[in-house]
Design a protein around this ligand. Structure first.
Ligand code: SF4
Length: 316
């Protein structure tokens, strides 16, 4: 099992994404607490830790933390908006501390759309420079994209753009928009995606990545919207493999241990007729935000379902 721990290292950012799911509270983690959390992950035999939200590169101690994680042989990576790493010397400090993997958040291949979503002019150009710097310094780069209304029709174009300019990138992650804690402004609410539209370009993007031997994962998206690529659903993989995730927040939630119960979102009456029901997480936040989303019950033979489960468990 590959259990993953997430540690929020700070809660402030130099972008202002309309749909940010972890609003600023200006908290920072202390070095002592950091060491305590990593040691706890080691005891629990977790395989990875991820430094995250808002923006880990704004923490002056980041290189120290990476060093410590490496010293105790804990695999680590960070999720970043790609603003600070546009400075080559800054990225070099992280590379010198043996940062091996970074996930950069790219919302679109179109500069204007990315800058609109981050509410930060110039953020797309800096992000592209950050990817360039990290790759030059042999730090592996993967891409995270929040699926939302403004990129739902060109998810495929975005991966094609990125793999054309940065062929070394081999892994992509799509997170469907999490509206729970985002700002409730008119603009923020306008980012909620149309699932049917997003599904069309997501399926094309997955087919393209598959055909070029790249890998990908999709989070918070019901399986009927990613037919034939169900094995790439983060929640489905966790349900099938019985994996857990632990997240240390820097707010009143403090620590949340996410097991298979956590991966089950909302199901509709029609889901009862669906052959994917037992391994599908359903619709995230259906009642409060996504009540306009329809579901499409699927029919699978027993052998089709068995093959899907074997694929997730890595048996072929
Ligand atoms: S119909 Fe329901 S159970 Fe079936 S894939 Fe869609 S959301 Fe999942």
């Amino acid at each position: 099992m590959a259990n993953i721990g997430y540690i929020q290292v700070n809660r402030y950012c130099n972008n202002q994404c309309h749909f940010c799911s972890n609003p600023s509270n200006w908290n920072n983690i202390s070095l002592e607490r950091w060491i305590e959390l990593i040691d706890d992950f080691i005891k629990r035999e977790y395989s990875w830790i991820i430094f995250t939200w808002w923006e880990p590169t704004l923490s002056p101690d980041l290189a120290k933390w990476i060093n410590y994680a490496n010293d105790v042989w804990m695999e680590n990576r960070m999720i970043s908006n790609g603003m600070m790493c546009s400075d080559y010397n800054f990225t070099k400090k992280l590379a010198d501390a043996w940062l091996k993997l970074v996930h950069f958040s790219v919302y679109s291949c179109h500069e204007k759309i990315h800058d609109f979503l981050t509410d930060t002019p110039g953020s797309w150009k800096k992000l592209m420079m950050s990817i360039t710097n990290a790759l030059k310094l042999w730090v592996r780069v993967q891409i995270n994209t929040v699926i939302n209304h403004y990129n739902e029709n060109h998810l495929d174009k975005t991966v094609k753009f990125l793999t054309k300019h940065f062929p070394q990138i081999k892994h992509f992650v799509w997170n469907n928009l999490d509206p729970l804690m985002m700002r409730k402004t008119k603009t923020a609410l306008s980012t909620l995606p149309n699932y049917d539209e997003a599904s069309k370009s997501l399926l094309k993007a997955m087919a393209y990545l598959d055909s070029t031997n790249r890998t990908f994962r999709v989070e918070r998206f019901p399986l009927c919207y990613m037919r034939w690529y169900e094995w790439a659903s983060t929640e489905t993989r966790k349900i099938v493999k019985d994996e857990e995730r632990m997240v240390h927040f820097l707010d009143e939630r403090e620590t949340i241990r996410q097991n298979w119960l956590w991966w089950e979102h909302d199901k509709l009456e029609w889901c009862k007729k669906c052959d994917l029901n037992s391994i599908c997480s359903g619709i995230f936040e259906y009642k409060n935000y996504y009540n306009y989303v329809k579901v499409y019950p699927q029919k699978l033979s027993i052998s089709e379902k068995e093959e899907l489960i074997k694929k997730i468990k890595g048996k072929f």
